[in-house]
Design a binder for this molecule. Structure first.
Ligand code: NDP
Length: 459
């Protein structure tokens, strides 16, 4: 049994009130989590640490990020083991996606910081330069689907730019954040630079967003929670980055190369049991290749291994959408029920025959469920792709028209003939109800700093 503790001011703190962390694999209790309601102590520690941390040079902070990356990498199997235990995902996914990308996040921002160019604007008689000051104490709130990967995506640039942190992992998946806290204290990261508080979102998450001395909130999670976060933070004029839900389309045009499209679209459908905000849960296929695509896709699906979904509650939600699909007239082509074993397992499910405007095809399910729709023209495909409230990501599969069609999709990111191919320098974020703001590379640097103009009159 693991006892998760809060990390506050460099100390691991136990609380009297704790709750169970349940494994989705078999519903056993794997950890006890402190139920935090108050973040004042963590904020005091973070404020105390701020002058020292922001007083280091950028290059010194880059060295810290490298130290953290190296220490995580030295423990990469343990990171993967904990992530797999907490989320139920297969160990190879936890290793190759979560753990590896968490290390990469720290290493990327270390190198990015070393190559960060100063910005200057010359006038005839004066010079302007841009000073990037830290925002101060920042609150970082992350979901359960890619726990350390998404939290480190925020922690690394926040540290780089000289901020001190109050981080909150999801109550469902606190283990790797706790491990990161242990790694950082062992390395001697100054006390109070990274504080980690655990508990229920509406309690401790809300307390972070409400705290007046936390000056920026970077939030990744559902659109409904994002609305609450925005409504709470906006009147305090906090900086706000919201990475929210999605209902992404995979567009398969008539000239798609099915040898790469079938495995690519399958991976986009079901990697991490469909619980990645970027997953392609709506598959739009040109009518000329519809039958061929479906038979190859269903054949390859038989060899695709997935883990359970995150919890029994989430399974109930996902199953309710499968039921809704049947009520809406959908035809279940594969899956549709739960394997007969303990844990939050659901078969990968493929549904055809629904209108692209049906609830099943427009609401975020966030599980191993996809809907397949047929189109006759590229214009129709674009109209279908853009017909939800969301605009996070998408992919286009075509030998000749990928770029042209990709530019017409109302989403923050579109891949052509690939999916989840990530360069950490590019902007990451959504349009419409998928979020506000961008993270990644310079966009993270911009979010986690205040750009101040200094104008010097020349002699
Ligand atoms: P939630 O919105 O339920 O939770 C996200 C985080 O917010 C959790 O840490 C949660 O804590 C916390 N939280 C809950 N209520 C509040 C509150 N009132 N104030 C502050 N924090 C709060 O999302 P899920 O964890 O269920 O994650 C799935 C969602 O995340 C999906 O919609 C998915 O699309 C989205 N997502 C978006 C990504 C993107 O980059 N755009 C990437 C990954 C996921 P707790 O878990 O303890 O309740």
């Amino acid at each position: 049994m693991i006892h998760v503790e809060n990390l506050v001011g460099g100390e691991f703190v136990e609380l009297e009130e704790n709750f169970d962390n349940i494994s989705p694999l078999d519903f056993s209790v794997i950890a006890k989590i402190p139920r935090t309601r108050y973040v004042g102590d963590a904020v005091i520690s973070a404020k105390k640490a701020l002058p020292g941390w922001s007083g280091l040079s950028l290059l010194e902070r880059c060295d810290w990020l490298d130290k953290i990356a190296n220490a995580l990498e030295a423990n990469i199997d343990e990171v993967a083991r904990l992530e797999s235990l907490d989320t139920g995902k297969p160990l190879d996914v936890a290793l190759n996606v979560d753990a590896t990308r968490s290390v990469n996040n720290f290493r990327f921002f270390a190198n990015f910081g070393r190559n960060l160019e100063s910005q200057e604007f010359e006038m005839d008689d004066a010079i302007n330069y841009v000073l990037r000051k830290p925002v101060g104490v920042v609150g970082l709130i992350s979901p359960w689907n890619l726990p350390l990967y998404l939290l480190s995506w925020k922690i690394a640039p926040a540290l780089l730019m000289g901020n001190t942190i109050i981080a909150k992992p999801s109550e469902l998946t606190p283990l790797t954040a706790h491990f990161l806290g242990k790694v950082c204290t062992k390395l001697g990261l100054p006390d109070g630079v990274l504080n980690i508080v655990n508990g229920y979102g509406p309690e401790v998450g809300q307390a972070i967003v409400e705290h007046p001395e936390i000056r920026a909130i970077s939030f990744t999670g559902g659109t409904e929670t994002g609305k609450i976060v925005a409504a709470t933070a906006a009147p305090m004029f906090k900086k706000l980055s919201l990475e929210l839900g999605g209902k992404n389309a995979s567009l398969i045009l008539s000239d798609a190369d099915l040898d790469i499209t079938v495995p690519g679209v399958l991976r986009a459908s079901f990697l991490n049991s469909g619980q990645i905000c970027l997953c392609g849960s709506r598959i739009l296929v040109h009518s000329s290749i519809y039958d061929d695509f479906i038979s190859r896709y269903l054949e390859e699906l038989k060899t695709f291994k997935i883990g359970p979904v995150i919890s029994d509650d989430h399974r109930t939600k996902v199953l309710s959408y499968i039921q809704l699909a049947i009520e809406e007239g959908g035809e279940i082509l594969a899956g549709g029920s739960c394997p007969d074993k303990l844990g939050a397992w659901i078969e990968p499910t493929v549904i055809a025959g629904l209108s692209h405007k049906s609830r099943t095809a427009t609401e975020e399910i966030f599980g191993p469920v996809v809907t397949i729709h047929e189109f006759d023209s590229d214009e129709q495909a674009v109209e279908m792709a853009n017909s939800t409230q969301y605009g996070l990501a998408g992919s286009v599969w075509s030998k000749s028209k990928g770029r042209e069609i990709a530019e017409k999709i109302d989403s923050g990111m579109v891949w052509v003939n690939t999916w989840l191919h990530r360069d950490l320098r590019v902007p990451f974020g959504g349009v419409k109800d998928s979020g506000v703001g961008r993270e990644g590379g310079l966009w993270s640097v911009g979010f986690f700093s205040e750009a101040v103009n200094i104008c010097i009159m020349e002699d």
